[in-house]
Design a protein around this ligand. Structure first.
Ligand code: AMP
Length: 423
């Protein structure tokens, strides 16, 4: 199947062609006709499947097919995203695919000044991409009118629930007009998501391109068994001996991510950490440097890494396994994207063997074990050194706290507008 067979407006087709895409991905093949036909949608798909274009393209088509009078320029499409990064990326897609259309879009999220967002909303926006906390701030200040929403998209719904956004989501849904089209995207299909979907969607078309908790077939997964105190040296050894570049390294904690980035940097491996305590500017910069190949490694926490959109990431290294097995699937979903081969390497020490078992149970397969000479696991674990007290787990990006605070930062990347103005 080709994009040209989907019946998208010529201006949208042109933008897709300019991006170099001619064949829709499986989710796009299924989602685009369903959304064009006006159906609600329940899509199980991870980042990397092309899901963003899967909803952006038909939404743009529907907007320009049913133009509204210019006088009532309130948002017609609302996309809720769990993190600032994802909100920015979705809005960038809207801009990319809508560049030949007279469509205005805007991303609003916390941690940056609200006033530029208010000014943009006042000028008129067709497609609004938002994180829940900041959107509710706008609602409270009456700087946004959600009464004109025709299409509502909940992106990465599972992560939104994980981050405790359910109340905010329900509040927002209550503000939307009853007659509207709803699209729900989620990487997993838990009972909580099912419940949310049941209340939100009307006779939805279901699209499932990522069978639940199955790791991408194109990703080679390996476990290197070692000792906790040797992990840092092992990681450096891997960089030195395997010519790794563009590696996304996962750490469990923000503090751990920082320390690891410093260690790598000291060893001559250009690295930066990305997590919820970093300023928006620092995170955007690190991600940009990483994408541009200026950084060899980006060390991330689970939540910070969600929604990071990087084409064909070749390597993911789990410096530590996640506590929650499903996060493993999200992590390795960062690599082997859009059919490209990728490798996910997990460094596993004695006290993580239980986590590894949980992961293997979830993905229903055993991961190949590799032992690297000089880093073999000892028969028993060395005693743990005393641990400094852990900071609380709040303060991850997109979470309620950072989404709400950090008000005025004039000049910050508060907004992204798209399209030329036709008023
Ligand atoms: P997403 O799952 O939306 O995060 O998209 C993952 C990546 O796939 C993005 O970088 C897109 O630009 C890219 N992409 C989207 N659609 C296609 C397509 N039809 N063919 C190839 N790549 C695509």
């Amino acid at each position: 199947m080709l994009f040209s067979e989907l019946g998208l407006k010529a201006e949208i087709q042109r933008a897709v062609t300019e991006e170099g895409y001619d064949t829709p991905t499986p989710i796009q093949q299924q989602a685009i006709p369903a959304v064009l036909a006006g159906h609600d949608l329940m899509a199980t798909a991870q980042t990397g499947t092309g899901k963003t274009a899967g909803f952006t393209l038909p939404i743009l088509h529907r907007l320009v097919s049913n133009p509204r009078e210019r006088a009532a320029r309130r948002p017609r499409v609302l996309v809720l995203a769990p993190t600032r990064e994802l909100a920015i990326q979705v809005e960038e897609s809207v801009r990319t695919y809508g560049k030949h259309l007279p469509i205005e879009s805007l991303a609003v999220f916390g941690g940056v000044g609200i006033n530029p967002q208010i000014a943009s909303l006042r000028r008129g926006v067709d497609i609004l991409v938002a994180t829940p906390g900041r959107l509710l701030d706008h609602v409270q200040q009456k700087t946004v009118d959600l009464g004109g929403i025709d299409i509502f998209v909940l992106d990465e719904a599972d992560r939104m629930l994980d981050m405790g956004f359910i109340r905010d989501i329900r509040k927002i849904i209550a503000l939307l007009p009853k007659a509207r089209q709803n699209l729900l995207f989620s990487a997993t299909f838990s009972p909580e998501i099912r419940e949310l979907a049941a209340g939100l969607l009307r006779q939805p078309v279901s699209v499932d391109v990522a069978p639940r908790n199955t790791a991408a077939e194109t990703v080679t997964q390996k476990v290197i068994e070692t000792n906790r105190e040797q992990k840092k040296d092992l990681l450096k050894h891997l960089f030195a001996t395997r010519g790794l570049h563009q590696v996304l390294v996962f750490a469990r904690t923000k503090h751990g991510a920082d320390a690891l980035a410093r260690t790598l940097d000291k060893a001559g491996i250009k690295a930066a950490a990305i997590h919820g305590d970093k300023s928006q500017g620092a995170r955007t910069r690190s991600l940009g440097d990483f994408k541009a190949g200026k950084l060899t490694a980006l060390v991330a926490t689970d939540i910070a890494a969600r929604g990071i959109d990087i084409d064909a990431l070749p390597w993911v290294i789990n410096y530590e396994l996640p506590n929650v097995a499903e996060d493993y699937v999200h992590r390795i979903g960062r690599t082997g994207r859009a059919g490209m081969a990728g490798e996910a390497i997990s460094l596993v020490c004695h006290d993580e063997r239980g986590n590894l078992k949980d992961i293997e149970k979830l993905i229903k397969r055993n991961i190949e074990r590799v032992v690297i000479p000089g880093f073999e696991p000892a028969a028993v674990a060395a005693p743990r050194p005393p641990q400094p007290p852990r900071p609380p787990r709040s303060g991850q990006p997109g979470g309620r706290a950072p989404d709400r605070k950090g008000a005025a930062q004039p000049g910050g990347p508060a907004q992204h507008r798209s399209g030329s103005r036709h008023r």
